[in-house]
Write a protein that binds this ligand. Sequence first.
Ligand SMILES: [Zn+2]
Length: 340
Amino acid sequence: MFSYAIGVDLGGTNLRIAAVDEYGMLLSKTALETEVSRGREHVIRELCQATKEIAQRMQDKHRGDATLCGIGIGVPGLIDIESGHLVESPNLPGWSDYDVKGDIEGRLGTPVIMENDANAAALGEQWLGAGRNSESMCMITLGTGVGGGLVLNGKIWHGWNGMAGELGHCNVEPDGHPCNCGSHGCIEQYASATAIVRMARETLASGAASEMHKLAAEPEFNSRVVYECAMRGDEVARKVFERVGRCLGLLIGNMVNALNLPLYVLGGGVSSAWDAFSPALFDEVRRRSFLYAATTPLDRSSILVEHHSTFITRALLGGDGGLYGAARLPLLHQAMTSKV
Ligand SMILES: [Zn+2]
């Protein structure tokens, strides 16, 4: 007899579902498109159908030896942790203030735990990825926007009402670029894929010489193109990534000073540009945080060897961190309740 959980990564474009056992072994996985335009009812019906199929597959394969302990769902948006209501989600229009947890529990007859997707990704990385030897860590996800999550002693830190970890809106430029949240100069405006393209265009508009002038006119001009130019030595592209690194260094330096966590992990699509932005990042963290300077690891790659250093590194699970983290939620809950 063994327990497993089903993790769901419900994004604005992709819906991925996986069965994972308590050791983090992937048992079954399925990927669908999230057809947001067909409405909430359609997406929830698809999600429940695919979840039932996975549970059935597990039942057939293990002949009743496998017990489903619950379903964890990571969603982009603010969640009321107590009720499981989705308070607000820009990527899932029409889902605001909806009892997603109650609805899915009613349809499947299995307990559901809802979580913000960036928090779920942080938990997944802490469980099986870059943080697997560290009980506490901070994760910063650099994608179209910037998200974050804190895992303290193996559990997500929710703050007093469930909304902690909005690191994307920490300030790095007091009078900087306006942000959707209403503030100016949030890190999201300097370290997201969207920001990289904007900063490149701003510098090009000032007339600086760059191979990007031609590329920027193409419809497929994106942050990856800017990265490739930076790696080829284009000065404008290089400067853009230097700014990304400086701003991230400023944010992480502040976090090191405030939290003294052993590990800061950078994930999301933009983190693959690590080579381009990390030198400026490390330089800036050292300048901003005497605590980091005092605990800089001798070898940045050997997380296992040094126990009293502060590590800043890349995520290891790629796009799957959120899926594993979502599955981890009911497994953790089960471990906690069985201890009582
Ligand atoms: Zn903001």
